[in-house]
Design a protein around this ligand. Sequence first.
Ligand code: ATP
Ligand code: MG
Length: 180
Amino acid sequence: MALKSLKISGFKSFADPVTIEFDQKITGIVGPNGSGKSNLTEALRWVMGEQSPKSLRGGKMEDIIFAGSEKRAPLDRAEVILKFDNHNRQLNIETDEVEIRRRLFRGGESECLLNNKKVRLKDIVDLFLDSGLGRDSFSIISQGNVERIFNSKPSDRRFIIEEPAGVSGFKLKKHQAQQQ
Ligand code: ATP
Ligand code: MG
């Protein structure tokens, strides 16, 4: 499974729509401080189901919506669309391409779409949980987290390894089954 493209609009510093095509094996994103590199990785985590505003460096979820600049009025909607190549069926969906989309409106309403069909956020989280690409996965390592891995307790480090391996998805399902 590979990322194909990321399209964001109204998300943090990206007021106008921007599409990044991941058409090479490695994609590097460079830019001066404050140019939006971390915002891009946050957009990735957000569309994959991130629910903690704090881990997106905000106080409340609406802080991810473009808040305006000297020249530009604030926007009232953030949208992120992520496309995956799913030829190898790593995501448990019978399509060669998988598109996930998440929108948030000022006022709080939000929407998630999976291959253009409305779904719950939980459906998207579950989809990735076993694929090793979950929102908490260390497939996405943000600034400061390298240190966190090295300084963490062995039990926490184990989680860090289990999540990308897809083990924590099974553990969560086992736990949910035992609760029923
Ligand atoms: P560094 O190299 O320092 O890590 P970076 O390229 O990772 O920088 P980011 O942290 O992604 O930069 O971007 C920070 C910028 O995003 C800041 O200028 C901040 O004002 C802007 N920003 C964050 N949230 C919003 C928002 N809701 N609306 C508009 N701009 C925002
Ligand atoms: Mg940064």
